[in-house]
Design a protein around this ligand. Structure first.
Ligand SMILES: C[S@@+](CC[C@H](N)C(=O)[O-])C[C@H]1O[C@@H](n2cnc3c(N)ncnc32)[C@H](O)[C@@H]1O
Length: 235
């Protein structure tokens, strides 16, 4: 019986967004479940599993050996994309890292932009900052999707070199509007977070707090409109 790797919903969504037939670089691979799974499914012909640390990379080697795909996987101990040559890869996944780290990794590898390499990005934090920096650094977010694991919703982005029209504050917070079935829950979660921030500010009395309160109130209004639009699509 052929063994299969069952990916978590977050990694499954990232894997689904990898272009068919791409020689994939998985940066920050850890166990290398994503590239190993795609190799076993026959969606990609080869992969480079890269990680900053030896421990995760040896876990990647173990996965490849366990599932018999080590002949199609190369392993690189490196920071970001620094150990990967442009001509070796057709697509890049960076999943399970902070948004700032993802942005730094892309900034340090300008060939990703000049070669218009398809990117699948799955930030765990600093997501508005990542959206902002991608736009500033010459990347266009083609699509954002959501995956649920327990109570947590994860954002997965598909991006590539291109012009990103300026985003409004709510678009930086929540991404551009989409019909993703989990979008309503995602917007609800962001509104709850915003309400907590507004609640905290309501006790502050200085002028800066008042400016921030006005800013967040405008953001809240825009998020509410996004949620109403999404709910209208569901009817
Ligand atoms: C939380 S794991 C994510 C593993 C897998 N990509 C996933 O999404 O499940 C993050 C991995 O990124 C690696 N990492 C962190 N910073 C990195 C960098 N600058 N370059 C390469 N790998 C990095 C860590 O060593 C760790 O193995």
């Amino acid at each position: 019986m052929t063994r299969r790797i069952e990916l978590s919903p977050r990694l499954r969504l990232a894997a689904d967004l990898v272009p068919e037939g791409a020689r994939l670089a998985d940066v920050g691979t850890d166990h290398a479940y994503l590239p190993a799974c795609l190799l076993m499914e026959g969606k990609i012909p080869s992969a480079i599993a890269a990680d900053l640390r030896e421990g995760p990379l040896s876990r990647a080697r173990e996965t490849a050996a366990e599932y018999g795909c080590g002949d199609r996987m190369a392993f690189r101990l490196c920071d970001g994309l620094s150990g990967i040559r442009p001509e070796e890869t057709d697509a890049v996944v960076i999943a399970g890292m902070g948004g700032e780290t993802i942005a730094q990794i892309l900034e340090a590898a300008p060939w990703v932009r000049t070669r218009k390499i398809p990117l699948v990005l799955q930030p765990m934090s600093s997501i508005p900052e990542l959206r902002q920096r991608l736009g500033e650094d010459g990347f266009h977010i083609l699509e954002e999707r959501l995956a649920r694991e327990g109570d947590t919703l994860y954002v997965v982005m598909r991006a590539e070199a291109g012009e990103e029209p300026a985003m409004t504050p709510a678009q930086l917070w929540a991404g551009r509007q989409s019909r993703d079935p989990l979008r309503g829950d995602y917007l609800r979660g962001l509104l709850e977070k915003l309400d907590r921030a507004l609640d905290g500010l309501s006790r502050a009395r200085d002028g800066r707090a008042e400016d921030r309160r006005r800013e967040l109130a405008a953001l809240r209004q825009e998020l509410l409109e996004m949620r109403e639009e999404w709910e209208a699509w569901q009817r």
